[in-house]
Every structure is written in C-alpha cells, then in structure tokens.
Design a protein around this ligand. Structure first.
Ligand code: ADP
Length: 503
C-alpha cells in the first residue's frame, strides 16, 4: 500500500513539475489554459474541458466547439462560484466536475470537466492545486499584460513627444543636474552639435541649475548667431535645464539694418542741426558787421570776426568729417606717410585744443615718455586722431564738477607708440563700449543729446588707426570717465628714413 502511495506521489510530482515548466513559458492567459488542459488530460483524461471566466464567458473549450452545451449546468456553475467549492455531479453517463479558480478569496473563473468516472481523492487534490496555480499565474499574466500595455503607452507617448520636439525649428536639449545632456532633439544633432554651441549652451544650463531661474545667452559659431534660453525643470527631486537654442542670424541682420537705418535718419537730423548752428551764427554776425560797421569799435569788430572765423572752421571740420566718411565708404581713404616726430604732432593737437579746454574749464595736460618718437605715419591723420579723441574727452566732460581734466600721454614701446587720452567725464556704459566705434553711433543718453556730434568721429579715427596697422580701444566706467588708447606701429624697419609706398 505504501508503495502504491509512493508511486502515485511520484506521478503527481512529475505532473506538477511539467505543469510548472509549461507555466514558466506562458505569456498570455490563453497559453495558461492550454497548459491546464494538457495537464488535465494527463491526470484525469477528461472527455471535455470548458473554462469560463467569473461571468461565465467562455475562455477555452476542449475539444473546440461553441455550441455552449455547458450552459445546461448554468445553475450548478452559479452554485459552485457562489460557494467557492469544488464538486462533482453525475450527468447521464459522465461525471461533471466544477472547479472554481480561486485566488485571494476571489473567484476568477471556473473549470468544467466531463469525466468517465468519479475522480480519486488524490486526483481531486491535484485538480485543486492545478486550478489554484492556473488562477495565480493567470492573474499575474494579466498584470504583466497590463504593465506591458502601460509601458507600450508610455513608449508611444514618449515617441510622440520626441517627434513633436523633432519638428521644432529650434534646437532643444535637456541638461541634467550633473551637467550632462540627457536629451537632444533632431535639430540639435544635425545643426548644433559643435564645440562652441555645446559649451555655451551647457554654461547657460549650468547657471540655471545653480540658480533655479531662467537664463539667456548668445553664441556665434561659423558665422551664425544663436540665442540660448534655458528654463529650470524639476525632475525627480533634481533640477534639470531645458535649453532652447535658436539660430537668430537673419533676425540679427534685420535688426542691424533697421538700427543702421534709424541711425542714418538721426544722422541726417543731426547734421542739418550741426550745419545750421554755425551757419546761423556766421549769418547773424556778418549781417551786423555789414549794417553797423561804422558804429562798431575795433574790439567788438575783432570779436565778431573771430566768431565768424571759428564758426566757419567748425563748418570746415564738419565737411571734412563728411568727406572722410564718404572716402571710407568708397574705400578711398589713403594715408600719406612720412617719417615724423609723433611727439610734435600730438603736442600741436593738444595746443590747438587748449582754448577749447579752457573755455570748458577742463585742465588739459600732455606728457611723453620721450622727446622724440620717430614713426612712419601720416602726420595730418595722426593729428586728426588726437584732435578727435581730445575734443571728445572735453565734449563729454561732466557739466558741473570741479577739477575736470583730460590727460594726454604718449609712450614709446618697442616697435609701437601708445597714445592715451584720459578724462574724468561722463563715461560710457559697459554694453555700449564696442558700439561707439561704429558709424553713426552715439550713446543714447540724455547727456549726450545735449552735446552736438555726428557719431562719425570715432569710426573715422578707427579707420585711420587701422590703416596704419594699429588698434584702438577704450576703458571706461559710466559716471567716472574714460581712457581711449591708440597703439600704432612705428613702421620704421628697413625704411632708412626714406619715404615708402603706402600699404
Ligand atoms: P560724436 O560726434 O557723437 O562725438 P563719436 O564717433 O566721436 O561721435 O563718438 C561716438 C559716441 O561715443 C559719442 O556720441 C559719445 O556718446 C561716446 N563718446 C566718445 N568719446 C567719449 C568720451 N570721452 N566720454 C564719453 N563718451 C564718449
């Protein structure tokens, strides 16, 4: 007897293990039920098997048919589901088994079996275990299917978002808290993945991650201008930076042309005013002389003619500036170089500005590192540079302060000379420093509007300096003053004091 039980036990174990192996490979509810039918056929060899869900919907029938004959047991099915109990009833020449599939106290479905004979006790036990295992695995498979469906939905949504971001004309990247790019759209891959753009965008993104607020930036790469906007994004308790990079070359060019146009209009208004003022003075003074010459004492006459002379000189300067500008535009400005002592040239410029400085209560001084600094330059043009810088320094002095000064210094360096013009005037805002050398540009502050000018002076000065192979730059602090520097090569080597052809 003990042997028989052992043999049965062994058989059941073999069946279990083959059932579990079958279950291991299932990926859908249908496959579980097929495995179950297979195992049932090996255990109790039923004539037929029907598996229903808890609402009596057919999930599987063996052999396959859909005549719904099992519905004749409808009441017994309900009873078994309600009582959650396994039962066997004789029906005609067969025994029908009702095996509810129970999981966590809930009925998930029911297995109906048509048997030739009443099953043995150990067969009933195995059937119970099989149905329990099937319901467990079926539930897990259902959960798995749900998760897989959700994953598929998440993936689909991600793909959808990515394709939207890929259609953007802007480049978009997401930078993690560790400063790594965790997302880049197609545009960035195609257009922006170069060192300059990447470095600048990462820099702006880093600021956003550090400060938690929006930041903007700009970068120039291969002749194109890009604007960068980075916004903070909270993600799983870290801060990331969503960074958008836009090619704004055409907008910038348009802006530049519009600004140039605006400046030209302002320039025409300015120049008309600049011409009219001295002209009006000349007209008024000469009229008075013409009609009242007899009554005039010699001193008044001298004063009047002096004013006429000064105003016509002002007009001449203005016309010369216009002429130079037009030459620069036509690329026709030529330097007439010769060997000269730069100290003398600068000194004479300072001398001719002395009266203007005095009348503005500005103390104008000059010092030079050497008595003679010989260079191969155009003396008239170098003087023009100095005159322009000194007159600006006086012009843009503060209105009502004591101790106004303009310090002109000349220094010989190895193979260059350095001219500096320092003032304690109104200064230049930092963001305008690189603009003041552009044609027509005038710093847009109320103070400068009270001061006459054309906005051409510095652009002409810059051109002259560059035609001498030199450079010009400025250091300034708004409200405190400015220092303009001009450095020009002496241009003497191999010259032997002879005139050279212009460059
Ligand atoms: P302008 O005819 O207006 O003087 P410039 O080309 O000489 O034209 O100068 C351009 C602008 O630069 C000026 O309008 C002024 O705003 C600024 N600027 C030039 N020199 C000085 C200075 N020494 N101090 C302050 N601002 C200056």
């Amino acid at each position: 007897m003990a042997d028989v039980t052992a043999v049965r036990g062994e058989k059941i174990i073999t069946l279990f293990s083959s059932f579990i192996m079958e279950l291991n490979n299932v990926k859908s509810g249908d496959q579980i039920f097929s495995a179950l039918v297979k195992i049932l056929r090996k255990t109790v060899n039923p004539k037929w098997v029907v598996i229903l869900d808890e609402k009596k919907k057919l999930l599987l029938s063996f052999p396959e048919n859909d005549d719904q004959e099992y519905m004749r047991f409808s009441e017994l099915i309900d009873w078994a589901i309600q009582n959650k109990s396994h039962s066997f009833y004789p029906a005609g020449d067969e025994i029908v088994g009702f095996l509810p599939m129970i999981r966590a106290g809930e009925v998930r479905g029911i297995i109906l079996l048509g048997l030739n004979e009443e099953p043995k006790v150990e067969e009933i036990d195995s059937l119970r275990v099989f149905s329990f295992l099937s319901s467990t695995v079926a539930e897990n498979v259902m959960l798995l299917e749900e998760v897989m469906e959700k994953n598929r939905l998440v993936e689909e949504t991600m793909n959808y978002l990515h394709s939207i971001l890929d259609t953007f004309p802007e480049m978009v990247i997401v930078v993690s808290q560790e400063g790594e790019i965790v997302y880049m759209n197609k545009r960035f891959v195609e257009e922006g993945d170069n060192d300059e753009i990447r470095e600048k965008a990462l820099g702006v993104a880093k600021e956003v991650i550090e400060t938690g607020v929006r930041r903007v930036g700009e970068v120039e790469s291969e002749g194109q201008f890009y604007s960068i906007v980075a916004e903070p994004l909270k993600y799983q308790s870290t801060i990331q930076a969503v960074t958008t990079i836009m090619n704004v070359t055409s907008t910038k060019e348009l802006e530049r042309l519009k600004q140039l146009d605006r400046m030209k209009t302002e320039f025409v208004a300015n120049i008309s005013h600049e011409l009219r003022t001295p002209l009006a003075a000349i007209k008024a003074y000469s009229e008075t002389i013409l009609y009242s010459l007899e009554e005039m004492d010699p001193d008044t006459l001298k004063d009047f003619t002096k004013t006429i002379y000064e105003e016509s000189q002002h007009l001449e300067n203005l016309l010369n500036e216009l002429l130079d500008f037009s030459k620069i535009e036509r690329k026709a400005l030529k330097m007439e170089r010769q060997n000269v002592n730069v100290v003398e040239i600068i000194k004479s410029a300072v001398d001719s500005m002395m009266e203007y400085a005095n009348s503005n209560k500005v103390q104008l001084t000059f010092e030079s590192s050497d008595e003679v600094i010989e260079a191969y330059v155009d003396p008239t043009r170098i003087k023009q540079v100095a005159l322009n810088l000194i007159s600006n320094a006086i012009k843009y002095s503060k209105k009502d302060i004591e101790n106004k000064y303009v310090r002109v210094k000349l220094k010989k360096k190895e193979d260059t000379f350095l001219l500096s013009v320092e003032d304690n005037g109104i200064g230049i805002p930092e963001d305008k420093l690189d603009k003041i050398f552009e044609k027509f540009y005038r710093v847009d502050s109320s103070l400068t509007y009270e001061v006459s000018g054309t906005g051409l002076g510095l652009s002409i000065v810059k051109e002259i300096v560059e035609l001498h192979g030199g450079k010009i730059w400025v250091e300034s602090e708004e409200g405190r003053g400015s220092t303009f520097y001009v450095e020009i090569p002496l241009g003497l080597e191999g010259n032997n004091g002879q005139h050279r052809e212009d460059d």
